[in-house]
Design a protein around this ligand. Structure first.
Ligand code: ADP
Ligand code: MG
Length: 688
């Protein structure tokens, strides 16, 4: 339960003076329902009004506040404004203009002969100073006022008034930030930060502090989840090398340093009696598969079973084929299960799995369905590739009473800060180094208008016996769901056109194609019978055909940077020099231009990921736009990148000193967790 001390902050916004039903509705449109939300609704900018004493000091277009004397009224003629002529102390004239029905009321408040303070934007109109609908401030006009993100029925002044009351309700809270971190950054306290953000323009330090608070709360919550997981009974699995050693001896190459280290980290985790929860992060082509296989073999050596889960049927089949090849000659029994397998075959496989006659099961999510019983699952590997959200990961982790070790692989080269924020419950191994001998892919941008030249080049390429991909966008640029009615239409049309030119060597895969048909087309391409594979983004993940050395991406400007990088990663896998042609349309947005430029400039996934983060924001990069679990309320993406590492380190430090959050600082941090609504994380403290 949330501590009572925080009640004033979690009180309904309606409890603020003067907030009636209409205001409640307006605030709700701004996602403000509680006092706390109002306080975290920061000004988007500041409006300035310069107090001057003479119109000679006015600057065209700038806001001024000035004492004037009312000289004459000029009632409106026709549709024109009601005008009031005024003068400053020096006799400089200022025309006040009022439009519409309210003009008359102003005229009454500004009788001829009165001296009043007016404020507003000074504009020159036919050589004379004019002010349209000036404000008539009662006291002095503030020099700077916050401008809030608004909605109909709510003004910045109204919000500022409400905020002022809300600020008085902030209870005294003990400091949760490590004192040295606080002083090093010169950050103000929590309440003072809120006051500064709403009260003055230069509040960068205060904003950083609150962003840190939010990130610290997030990382502390992850740390608590991790700690709970560590307390959960897992099982220590130690290999004896009888499978891993011959595997390594049989490989035509040696593991890279990065692979060796990742394997060591994984083996170390698995050898401990707490369940591993590790993210293996590595760019396309960095060699994650063999690392996963080493982990699976350790599980098998230790007498348990392993499972490898792929996001699509296609990838599952490919993983199965790859493992089959790598395991050739080793006494390992490999099984495959997809949602498509039905009836007897399926039952036979399930029986063997339950009897422990299968050592490693590869498949789609079907392998974790309830009906699937393992004799003894020791390790689950999830080839995540964008598609497994936090919720799914947690579900999988919680499935068994003694949870299996879990290794999640992702090809999204997530910047470190984001990895911490979004895979915060996991330890991370990174394959930053690529296997040697890879030639960089030669990337060029070509206007689609030069299609004929492109087709000729493609013809020459295919004539050498090499293969190629042709990727088409989905019909609706915004559509992510490949099952959309006609989303694959561009691919279908392009394939028809290419078939007319290149004949039967053209294969086509897209999301609408029934599974078996898609597999058959894919297989045709993988076996080299088809030379050109036309596809929607279904080939984005994991497909490995080393003989394919040309990638054409049509309407490349419509793809995200991370996606382009993933697609390009399909080529450059063999020994031949590979080329990626980005076919672009006529009109390009500035961001699209920037993306294509970036693609030409580098093939370093981490550099691209950082750029993508800048260009698009975190949610899209992670493909989690809709899931809502990536968002921070206070911290901007820039702040996440800059402040998250320290927030994470601080959270870990606190956990190492006071894992139960019982000391003075721990207790303060508990309040912070509630403040940022990490109640579930606090609950792990009681339960465990
Ligand atoms: P990822 O899944 O990370 O995209 P893969 O595991 O599919 O990458 O590996 C890409 C290719 O690199 C595969 O053909 C694999 O056989 C090869 N490979 C993996 N590790 C090495 C290595 N250490 N040296 C040379 N080639 C490697
Ligand atoms: Mg892979």
């Amino acid at each position: 339960m949330r501590p009572e001390r925080l009640n004033p902050l979690f009180a309904a916004a309606a409890s603020l003076p003067g907030v009636g039903p209409a205001a409640v509705r307006a605030l709700e449109r701004l996602d403000i329902s509680r006092v706390r939300d109002l306080l975290f609704h920061f000004p988007a900018g500041w409006r300035h009004t310069r107090a001057i004493t003479s119109l000679a000091q006015a600057v065209e277009g700038a806001r001024i506040a000035l004492r004037v004397h009312v000289i004459a009224h000029e009632p409106s003629r026709g549709r024109g404004p009601f005008r009031i002529l005024a003068e400053d102390d020096a006799g400089g004239s200022l025309m006040l203009a009022f439009f519409g029905p309210r003009a008359h009321g102003f005229a009454q408040r500004l009788p001829v002969g009165a001296t009043v303070l007016v404020a507003g934007k000074a504009e020159l109109w036919n050589g004379r100073w004019q002010m349209v609908h000036p404000e008539l401030p009662k006291g002095a006009m503030p020099e700077a006022e916050p401008v809030y993100p608004l909605t109909e029925g709510m003004t910045s002044r109204r919000i500022a008034t409400l905020v002022a009351t809300a600020l008085e309700r902030v209870p005294p809270l003990a400091e949760w930030i490590e004192p040295s971190l606080l002083s090093k950054n010169g950050w103000p306290g929590f309440a003072e930060s809120l006051a500064q953000i709403h009260g003055r323009e230069d509040s960068a330090l205060a904003r950083d502090r609150l962003a840190h608070d939010e990130l610290f709360a997030s990382q502390l919550a992850w740390a608590l989840v991790r700690a709970k997981r560590r307390r959960a009974r897992g099982r220590a699995l130690a290999g004896d090398g009888r499978l891993t050693r011959p595997l390594l001896d049989g490989l035509p190459w040696r593991l890279t340093g990065a692979q060796t280290q990742a394997v060591a980290e994984i083996a170390g985790d698995m050898a401990r009696p707490a369940a591993m929860l590790r993210l293996l992060q590595g760019d396309v082509g960095s060699g994650k598969t063999v690392v996963a296989l080493m982990a699976l073999l350790i599980a098998v050596e230790a007498g348990t079973q392993g499972a490898l889960l792929a996001p699509t049927d296609l990838l599952a089949r490919q993983h199965h084929a790859t493992l089959e090849k790598l395991l050739d000659g080793l006494p390992v029994r490999l099984g495959f299960l997809s949602g498509r397998d039905k009836g007897k075959t399926r039952q036979a496989l399930l029986d063997r799995l339950a009897a422990g006659e299968i050592d490693i099961l590869v498949g789609t999510h079907a392998i974790f369905q309830e009906a699937v019983v393992y004799r003894d699952l020791g390790l689950a590997v999830v080839d995540e590739q964008h598609r497994f959200g936090v919720a799914q990961r947690m579900m999988l982790a919680d499935k068994a009473e003694r949870p299996p070790h879990l290794l999640v692989m992702t090809a999204t080269p997530i910047p470190r800060s984001l990895a911490l924020a979004h895979f915060g419950e996991m330890d991370v191994s990174r394959l930053a180094e690529r296997p040697p001998g890879r030639q960089p892919v030669d990337t060029r941008v070509v206007p689609l208008a030069r299609l004929e030249e492109v087709l000729e080049a493609l013809g020459r390429h295919l004539a050498t016996g090499a293969q190629a991909y042709w990727v088409c966008p989905l019909l609706d640029a915004g559509a992510e769901d490949e099952a959309e009615p006609d989303a694959a239409a561009p691919a279908v049309a392009r394939a028809a056109m290419l078939k007319a030119r290149f004949g039967d060597t053209v294969a086509l895969v897209h999301g609408k194609l029934p599974g078996p048909a898609r597999d058959a087309e894919m297989a045709r391409f993988q076996r080299g019978e088809a030379k050109l594979l036309v596809a929607t983004t279904v080939i984005e993940v994991g497909v490995d055909v080393p003989n394919a050395s040309l990638m054409l991406i049509e309407a490349a400007e419509r793809f995200g940077l991370a996606q382009l990088h993933q697609l390009r990663g399909r080529v450059g896998r063999g020994t031949a020099k590979s080329v990626c042609l980005l076919l672009r349309g006529e009109k390009l947005s500035a961001a699209a231009r920037e993306r294509l430029k970036m693609m030409r400039a580098t093939d370093d996934g981490f550099v691209i990921a950082e750029a993508d983060l800048r260009l698009r924001g975190a949610g899209e990069l992670l493909g989690t736009r809709q899931s809502g679990d990536q968002g921070f309320q206070v911290a901007t993406p820039e702040q996440v990148e800059r402040l998250l590492p320290a927030a994470d380190a601080d959270a870990r430090l606190l956990m190492s000193r006071d894992g139960g959050l019982e000391g003075q600082r721990g207790a303060a941090a508990r309040l912070l967790l509630y403040l940022f609504e990490k109640d579930a994380a606090v609950a792990t403290l009681r339960g465990g």
